[in-house]
Design a binder for this molecule. Structure first.
Ligand code: CDT
Length: 315
């Protein structure tokens, strides 16, 4: 059997602070057209796709940051993107900053079907960074200032003939992200990211180290849950701050089947067979046969590190 879905991982090059939503959406529309020309039916864009990675900028007055947020989706700027995707018969996923009618702020992503309808929403759960300006860092990462942690969990949805989940950037570093979706049988996880090439707290960490950790996390998540993972970055230098690219697709055996090697707008198109997830799910990662939840209590009982549980033999 095969259940093929031809996915386009649509990487965005840098977006400068001064760039308008319209400029970015025009670029995204060009990527939709490119993806369609290469046979894709589902296009995945990065985290916070519509703007520069604004959490690097400190706004003392929190309300000033609302300029980066969308009050409705689709909205006046994004409607053209939805219209083009529908015209081309493409499903898509992208990330954006969400400001709800109640005034809540989330780092969100959505799944949009081929008819232009939003069928699923995810709100980023693992928010990295800090709340206040930190003079010790080489650059700011103020996600904890501008967003609240997502409140929707890690659901999996029936979509495009398979089981799909979403995650956003830092979520990819946490095995729990994938396992919660793995326990719902997820067959494809789509995730967008913006990852600075420099560690603001460690000059010793190189861009190559950062790329290694990115691949390690995504490949492990794919393998250990026997799922496709489509990881799509924003890349290049935004107002002097470099984001690594590394957009890739990992197969359910953890191998990378394709990767973008530049830092501009571009698509990586790959035919993904959702039935390739079956073997791992039926063998080494057949959860029902092999998991031992009676020993996993600490995972949900403890958030941080606590006392060791080991007792001396014979005590
Ligand atoms: N966007 C995002 O989550 N970026 C983080 C950077 C971590 S450094 C604070 C990431 O995990 O890639």
């Amino acid at each position: 059997m095969s259940r093929l879905i031809t996915v386009a991982a649509a990487q965005l090059g840098p977006i400068q602070r001064a760039d308008s939503r319209k400029q970015v959406i025009d670029r995204m529309i060009a990527l939709l057209e490119k993806a369609k020309a290469q046979g894709a039916t589902f296009v995945v864009f990065p985290e916070l796709a519509l703007t520069t990675f604004f959490p690097r900028w400190y706004h003392e007055d929190r309300a000033e940051a609302d300029q980066w947020f969308e009050r409705s989706m689709p909205g006046p700027d994004t409607q053209a993107l939805f219209d083009k995707a529908k015209e081309l018969g493409l499903a898509m996923s992208f990330g954006y900053a969400e400001l709800t009618p109640e005034g809540r702020h989330f780092n969100s992503s959505i799944l949009v079907d081929r008819g232009g309808r939003i069928v699923a929403k995810y709100r980023k759960i693992h928010l990295p960074g800090h709340v206040e300006f930190d003079a010790e860092r080489t650059h700011q990462h103020l996600e904890k200032r501008y967003f609240e942690p997502g409140d929707l969990g890690f659901p999996v949805w029936e979509f495009e003939g398979g089981l799909f989940g979403m995650a956003i950037c830092n979520d990819r570093r946490w095995p729990e992200t994938y396992r919660v979706m793995g326990l719902q049988g997820v067959e494809m996880v789509v995730l967008g990211y913006n990852t600075p090439s420099a560690n603001s707290q460690s000059p010793n960490e190189t861009a190559a180290d950062r790329l290694f950790h990115h691949r390690l996390s995504v490949q492990a998540g794919a393998y250990q849950n026997s799922t496709w993972v489509v990881a799509v970055g924003k890349a290049g230098t935004e107002d002097g701050h470099h984001l690594f690219g590394g957009t890739l697709i990992a197969a359910p055996d953890g191998k990378i089947v394709g990767e973008i090697d530049h830092e501009e707008d571009g698509v990586l198109v790959h035919p993904c067979d959702l039935d390739d997830t079956r073997f791992g799910k039926a063998t080494i990662f057949d959860f029902i046969r092999h998991r031992r939840v009676e020993h996993y209590g600490l995972i949900t009982e403890r958030t941080g590190v606590g006392a060791p549980l080991g007792k001396p033999e014979g005590a």
